[in-house]
Design a protein around this ligand. Structure first.
Ligand SMILES: C[S@@+](CC[C@H](N)C(=O)[O-])C[C@H]1O[C@@H](n2cnc3c(N)ncnc32)[C@H](O)[C@@H]1O
Length: 313
């Protein structure tokens, strides 16, 4: 017998009576869209069929989280592991056409794992992007393996279209507890004290060890099989876009990029081909109208892993 879900389980649920309303307005375009027509929109459909309808030079930041090179089911569709050269061809098949949508000074982040890193680097280079960095983020829960190292990290490649680009390192500072609170002439040296806690705001590195993968008791959790954490997307969005900029995610899944962009006062646009995932994204976007909190971010800096959820203001 199936046990009853825990009362603390906050995984998003779509009620049958909500479906129709949530799906309204998600249909795929049938004619070319103007730049204002793609702002704050989620399109249901296949990106390869839809990309041609999108206007050129309109996106400030593109975040791509395509299927990794492994076998994975996504509701009615699935992805099958490919040879390295076929995965490279797959990456180029969307990176090259989507480049047209980016503004001259736009940035791009492309998610992957250790196994796809060679193909990702090559695809970005061959599509003419400037690679700026590779961020590695630590997943608390790794895929265990008896005869290998447990896979406990993923990568996000950071690239730009041009030599000039926007980057705001000050917007993604980390709030770290101070172990040795030095003072100079009686005054705190580079640290502050608030509610009895001594902390310092530090600049981020390309290794993120403060990320929690969404799980059942987190309000952002959905049944999507590869949902990214809002805190992770918030770092990319805050560092590489300004308020009002357009953030685009062509593999948007449960809508994490779009929801986080909305919470941070950016415009968003996303494409997802699975109806069920579109529903999760649409409902999360609706919820974000009244609750802009991002777990692990206090509006000024990022908190250490598993920090409590900020109070609703
Ligand atoms: C790795 S998941 C993205 C998860 C997402 N970042 C989130 O937080 O929920 C990749 C998504 O791309 C979608 N997808 C794969 N191929 C697609 C295509 N050709 N067009 C549109 N969506 C596609 C899949 O259905 C899946 O939801």
């Amino acid at each position: 017998m199936k046990s009853a879900p825990s009362p603390r389980n906050r995984t998003l649920k779509i009620l049958p009576e909500e479906r129709e309303k949530l799906l309204a307005g998600l249909s795929a375009p049938t004619k070319k869209l103007s730049p204002p027509e793609i702002r704050n929109r989620l399109f249901k459909g296949d990106l390869f069929s839809l990309a041609g309808f999108f206007p050129s030079s309109c996106v400030d930041l593109m975040i791509l989280d395509p299927p990794y090179n492994l076998d994975k089911e996504f509701r009615s569709s699935s992805f099958r592991k490919k040879s390295a050269s076929d995965y490279l061809a797959y990456l180029k098949s969307f990176l090259c056409p989507l480049k047209r949508l980016l503004k001259k000074e736009a940035s791009l982040y492309l998610c992957g794992d250790w196994n796809s890193c060679g193909a990702i680097q090559q695809a970005l280079e061959e599509c003419g992007f400037f690679i700026r960095n590779r961020i590695t983020w630590q997943r608390e829960k790794g895929r265990g393996a008896g005869k290998n190292w447990k896979n406990c990290s993923e990568d996000i490649w950071f690239a730009t279209c041009a030599k000039d680009y926007f980057f705001d390192a000050g917007a993604v500072k980390i709030r770290k507890k101070v172990i040795a609170p030095y003072r100079e002439k009686g005054r705190p040296k580079d640290w502050r004290e608030e509610k009895g806690e001594k902390y310092r705001l530090t600049f981020p590195s390309n290794f993120l060890n403060d990320i929690t993968v969404p799980y059942w008791s987190m309000p952002e959790n959905t049944p999507h099989p590869t949902q990214k954490p809002e805190k992770l997307m918030a770092k990319l969005i805050l560092a590489s876009s300004r308020e009002g900029d357009l953030v685009f995610d062509p593999f948007c899944g449960s809508g994490t990029t779009l929801v986080t962009a909305k919470k941070l006062s950016r415009d968003f646009c996303g494409i997802e081909r699975e109806e069920e995932y579109c529903l999760y994204a649409a409902k999360r976007l609706e919820n974000a109208s009244s609750d802009r909190r991002i777990q692990g971010y206090d509006g000024e800096a990022f908190l250490e892993r598993n920090a409590s959820f900020p109070e609703k203001s």
